[in-house]
Design a protein around this ligand. Structure first.
Ligand code: NAD
Length: 298
């Protein structure tokens, strides 16, 4: 299939590479020259711009940071024309960014008006899942559009869920990430408490992993440096899922909770913790660096 892939960051880069490796004709683009060069070095053709990437594409995939980027890409920003007008009738657009459900619905409505199919398909599984092609996709949109996307999603992910109509994928994603933000902060607190009492973080993590406190952070993404190899905490919290992106997702969850009058006290507290961590200058570090906010300094 001819695929335009827009947004080649921590997630988009390896996702585009997996589609290329699976034999698809990928044309990629990112505003960052460095991101384009990194992917080109792996053999993936890079287009001169987003409009050039979508020429002749059957499927357009976007993987951008936040709502304003997706809105700006498809409808235009800073004097740049919107990409949607450049996308041919009959094309399928898959947006895998984590954004407000209302933005997904706005793009879907405009796409439908010009005969373009749209699904929101945010992901979970981190950069490790993006590289390994084992992401979980949470899809919102028509069942028929999902079936059209499925062969591509299967090359990038291991689990594909149909959450409901357009926007439902985003809603599922913010519920998941609110829980993730809470459990990473809680896991950090528990390990820091043990270490402050002289426990070995590796031993304590293993005890909790196999006990009733076991969770995804302890299994795959330990926040304490040196406990696990190849996780952001063991690489100076570089790469991974940025604190500011987690802060964005916790904000989306709180906005949504306000709209539907849901009670999310721990989600609200977690948003404040990550906001303070970001204000302390750690916004670009992986979100597991929240451990530093509860860690006893040497
Ligand atoms: P990132 O910041 O590493 O990458 C985003 C890329 O989009 C950047 O390279 C940026 O230059 C590019 N970009 C922005 N606007 C653009 C435009 N108009 N045209 C072309 N390129 C543009 O972010 P990421 O970590 O890859 O995350 C992407 C999305 O996936 C976010 O919504 C995030 O919340 C979500 N997500 C991330 C993770 C993770 O572990 N990093 C996990 C699940 C979901």
């Amino acid at each position: 299939m001819k695929i335009a892939f827009i947004g080649l960051g921590h997630m988009g880069g390896p996702m585009a590479l997996n589609l290329h490796k699976a034999g698809h004709e990928v044309r990629a683009f990112d505003l960052s020259q460095a991101a384009c060069e990194q992917l080109a070095a792996s053999g993936v053709p890079v287009a001169a711009g987003a409009a050039a990437a979508v020429q002749g594409a059957e499927v357009v995939i976007s993987m951008l940071p936040a709502s304003q980027h997706v809105d700006g890409l498809y409808f235009g920003s800073h004097g740049q024309p919107g990409l949607l007008a450049q996308i041919a009738k009959g094309t399928l657009v898959i947006d895998s960014s984590t954004i407000a459900a209302a933005t997904s619905q706005k793009v879907a409505k405009a796409a439908e008006a010009q005969g373009v199919q749209f699904i929101d398909a945010p992901v979970s599984g981190g950069t490790g899942g993006a590289i390994a092609g084992t992401l979980t996709f949470m899809v919102g949109g028509d069942a028929a559009a999902l079936e059209r996307a499925r062969p591509l999603l299967e090359k990038m992910g291991a689990n594909i869920f149909h959450a409901g109509a357009v926007g439902a994928g985003q809603t599922a994603k913010i519920c998941n990430n609110m829980l993730l933000g809470i459990l990473m902060a809680g896991t950090s607190e528990a390990i820091a408490l043990g270490v402050a009492n002289g426990l070995n973080p590796k031993v304590l993590s293993e005890i909790m992993r196999r006990s009733s406190g076991g969770n995804w952070a302890l299994e795959k993404y330990n926040p304490y440096p040196g406990v696990q190899d190849n996780v952001p905490s063991s690489k100076g919290y570089a790469g991974g899922f940025g604190t500011d992106l987690m802060l964005k997702d916790l904000g989306l969850a709180q906005e949504n909770a306000t709209a539907v009058k849901a009670a999310t006290p721990l989600g609200g507290l977690a948003r404040s913790l990550y906001a303070m961590h970001s204000l302390a200058g750690h916004g670009t570090l992986d979100f597991s660096s929240i451990l530093q906010s509860v860690q006893k300094r040497a």
